[in-house]
Design a binder for this molecule. Structure first.
Ligand code: GDP
Length: 316
């Protein structure tokens, strides 16, 4: 069964900025809303399993009068404006403690077992069509070279050597699959934007990786890593815009958020805010986001929980 799930479920709106009460920083801003709507299923063999029945509060909406349906409470407007509200959560019901710290992500009923007990390297593929064909859900991890991708993967799986596979000579331009808990994959994709790479090499990377994104039916979401210790980079914005334009679900994972020292540059929270503002100017569609640090462990458990709810929803 081939299912292209979640491709059409991202309905995003950019509105205004807000000082976050959920972020670890007082200045970080979660300006975007993403909700699961208009889910599209493309099945080449059979219909997907039906979605679970809506929760009672959603049923209340369905039976409400037209006027009631149109009336949006302040709470719902807040949630719809700034937060990632997952399936099964009524924006009206969102409370502060449902929002993962340092993110705009609401935790919903699909969140479940999230810890990684075992991980094994499965294979490196040089072409998208050589990737594993067992229909297990997967998360692709993507980012500029030096963004902290290897560190994040190692922090997630709590092993030092895992992501080193992709750094071995010959493996850097490959799609590397790691099987987690025998049930889902972390996919390490080639880093992009090598400062010294000739333009032609960048284009090769694009063709190779674009093929993966556009054809991988089991892709639940892309974790797009953005270095929060530097100002927004054009190549990251270009990548996010390309994914957005192609309806590839993504989560912005801001890395190196421990680098809070003043110094010359801006603080991570300011860089994060600027990145999202620029995304808004360019395209207007934005995914959930979360702040992480592989040094302090910030955001690790929260990111795994977020991945569990996306995965469990996909699995249903
Ligand atoms: P990759 O090229 O994207 O795989 O990046 P690496 O994981 O190799 O990290 C690149 C550099 O950033 C290394 O010097 C890491 O020690 C550093 N780094 C990675 N993650 C963090 C982080 O969360 N905080 C800080 N301060 N440094 C990090």
């Amino acid at each position: 069964m081939l299912l292209l799930r979640n491709r059409g479920l991202l309905s995003l709106q950019v509105t205004s900025l807000l000082s976050s009460s959920t972020s670890s920083s007082s200045q970080a801003t979660p300006p975007f809303f993403l909700c699961f709507k208009n889910t599209l299923f493309h099945s080449t063999h059979q219909n997907p399993s039906p979605k679970p029945k809506p929760k009672p509060q959603t049923q209340h909406h369905v039976s409400a009068s037209k006027t009631e349906k149109q009336a949006i409470s302040d709470t719902a407007r807040f949630a719809q404006t700034f937060l990632f509200v997952p399936p099964g959560v009524d924006p009206e019901e969102v409370t502060d403690d449902m929002v993962l710290p340092g993110s705009n992500i609401v935790l919903g009923p699909y969140a479940g077992h999230s810890q990684i007990k075992e991980v094994e390297f499965v294979k490196s593929s040089s072409r998208p069509k050589d990737c594993p064909k067992d229909d297990r859900p997967e998360f692709a991890i993507l980012g500029r070279s030096n963004v902290g991708k290897s560190s994040l993967i190692n922090a997630l799986v709590r092993k030092k050597e895992v992501a080193l596979t992709s750094k071995k000579p010959g493996k850097t331009q490959l799609i590397n699959h790691f099987l987690v808990n025998k049930s889902w994959y972390i996919v390490d994709l080639p880093g992009y934007g090598f400062a010294k790479a000739p333009e032609s090499a960048r284009m090769d990377w694009s063709a190779f990786t674009k093929g993966y994104f556009l054809n991988r039916a089991t892709l639940v979401a892309v974790l797009l890593l953005i270095d929060a210790s530097v100002p927004p980079q054009k190549i990251d914005l270009d990548c996010a815009n390309w994914l957005g334009r192609n309806n590839i679900p993504m989560t912005f994972v801001f890395t190196k958020c421990d680098k809070m020292k003043g110094g010359k540059g801006k603080r991570p929270d300011e860089n994060i805010k600027n990145f999202q503002v620029m995304m808004g100017q360019n395209y207007g569609k934005h995914p959930p986001w979360i702040m992480t640090s592989s040094v302090t462990g910030l955001g690790r458990d929260e990111l795994l929980l977020h991945m569990s709810q996306l995965r469990n929803y996909w699995d249903n």
